[in-house]
Design a protein around this ligand. Structure first.
Ligand SMILES: NC(=O)C1=CN([C@@H]2O[C@H](COP(=O)(O)OP(=O)(O)OC[C@H]3O[C@@H](n4cnc5c(N)ncnc54)[C@H](OP(=O)(O)O)[C@@H]3O)[C@@H](O)[C@H]2O)C=CC1
Ligand SMILES: O=C(O)CCC(=O)C(=O)O
Length: 428
């Protein structure tokens, strides 16, 4: 592992390997992505010009099943980032005992600058470029940052056109009308909520006495903020890419969501009777939100938000990583020294991929579940695996992140070893 984000992610693997007895072969297999594809996607723009975008799809490991992971559209997407995200998917799927390996995709683009038709041509062009690399039994796509069910619908449709058969199982997070699952839209946050509800009582905390700050107000961030708000937590700060707002007495999250739905930034919220009931809130930067004196901090935006530079200023007691990779490995050490508990991404945000798995199962069976069934199954899975990881952390005196990796590694090691060594010999 030579480059930075992936190298940093690899530190977590090294740390966890000290607590496992994985075979040398299994360890060696997990150190590098299995396959990385980089593609150019030419897109005819609305003004007639041609723009060429860079896209990626990485399958990190598929020893437990087909690759699984979302597709990100963001200006800062790089191969290194996509490889790291695929690495986390591998451990996430194993930690939750889903029959999948880890994969991820991305396009380097600012989707906010594209028209809807340009976005559709880009999404279909991406599938044209990676069609041979994916499949319902090979590598399955899903939403991530700045992608959504509409884009997943275009992707599934384009793949079906290429294959000349309906192929719903190649993409999850689709519109319900195209075989999507009820509950997938809220699944990442719902899974995090079930984990938080499992963990918070262990710290003798009650929702009404617990303050929360959430960074990121998209699919994951806005939904977890609203779930916690309705459960009685005091959500005092939220943010989007433009900035944050804070009110010590608490924020009215459903009203902020209503405001944000009109494509405006949280920091521009103003108060009148029709738009919000927030009074006396302060506007903060995203950096300031992270260092607020709150009980729970929930990063739900991008990677590398808590680093060596600001870790010592974090005052939250518990951090739940809804985003992938928001804390660097060196920052982890500082937080631990300061007695701050970190609940890791590969557990906390696993609700999304868990309901993606449910969607894939429903597509294969052609039978569809009610929202209640989906959420009950999700709750069972999240509570079960959270308790298992908690027990590992407690019994071995290790942080929850290391415990989650140890838990995932035991399952990955079994699958890698069960395949034997034959596959390591060339030509036989
Ligand atoms: N969607 C899913 O199913 C899953 C998502 N995740 C992870 O959750 C995180 C959020 O994803 P998701 O909610 O889906 O993405 P969305 O695109 O729905 O939302 C992203 C949010 O993050 C905000 N944001 C972007 N850049 C910054 C920044 N620099 N500082 C603060 N906020 C910022 C955006 O602001 P603005 O509104 O201004 O654009 C937006 O509110 C990611 O790490 C993703 O990988 C994990 C598991 C599953
Ligand atoms: O739903 C999925 O398949 C993956 C979601 C995702 O990209 C993630 O968990 O980071």
């Amino acid at each position: 592992m030579s480059n930075s984000l992936l190298a940093d992610a690899g530190q977590r693997l090294e740390q966890a390997l000290k607590y496992t007895s994985l075979s040398e072969d299994a360890i060696a297999s997990l150190k590098y992505p299995k396959a990385s594809l980089a593609v150019s996607i030419p897109v005819r723009m609305d003004d007639g010009s041609l723009s060429v975008f860079q896209g990626y799809r990485v399958r990190y490991d598929d020893s437990r099943g087909p690759g699984k992971g979302g597709v990100r559209y963001h200006p800062s997407v790089t191969l290194d980032e996509v490889q790291s995200l695929a690495f986390w998917m591998t451990f996430k799927c194993a930690a939750l005992n889903l029959p999948f390996g880890g994969a991820k995709g991305g396009i380097t683009v600012n989707p906010k600058a594209l028209s809807r038709l340009e976005l559709e041509r880009l999404s279909r062009g991406y599938i044209d470029a990676i069609a041979d690399f994916i499949g319902a039994d090979v590598d399955i796509l899903a939403p991530d940052v700045y992608t959504n069910s509409m884009i997943m619908g275009w992707m599934m449709d384009q793949y079906s056109i290429i294959q000349r058969r309906s192929s719903p199982g190649v993409v999850t997070g689709k519109p319900i009308a195209m075989g999507g699952s009820l509950g997938r839209e809220s699944a990442t946050a719902m899974g995090a909520f079930f984990a938080i509800e499992t963990i918070v009582p262990k710290f003798d905390r009650r929702p009404q006495d617990t303050t929360v700050a959430v960074q990121g107000f998209g699919n994951a961030g806005a939904t977890i903020a609203e779930l916690l708000f309705h459960a009685g937590y005091n959500v005092v700060a939220v943010s989007d890419s433009q900035g944050a707002i804070y009110a010590q007495s608490g924020l009215d999250i459903p009203k902020i969501r209503q405001f944000k739905n009109n494509a405006r930034s949280i920091k521009d919220i103003y108060c009148d009777d029709t738009v919000c009931s927030i009074t006396n809130h302060d506007v903060l930067s995203n950096e300031e939100l992270l260092t607020l004196d709150v009980d729970i901090l929930i990063p739900a935006a991008l990677e590398n938000q808590i680093t060596e530079a600001n870790a010592s200023q974090i005052k939250a007691r518990l951090i739940f990583e809804v985003a992938n990779g928001p804390i660097t490995s060196t920052a982890d050490q500082t937080l631990e020294q300061n007695g701050i508990y970190v609940f890791p991404d590969i557990l906390i945000n696993a609700g999304g991929v868990t309901v993606s798995y449910f969607e894939w199962v429903q597509n294969r069976n052609g039978m569809y579940w009610t929202l209640d069934e989906v959420n009950q199954r999700l709750r069972r899975k999240m509570v079960e695996e959270t308790e298992r990881i908690w027990a590992i952390a407690q019994s071995r005196f290790i942080p929850m992140r290391t415990a989650a990796y140890v838990h995932a590694l035991e399952r990955l090691g079994e699958a890698l070893d069960a395949k034997g060594t034959r596959r390591y010999y060339n030509g036989h």
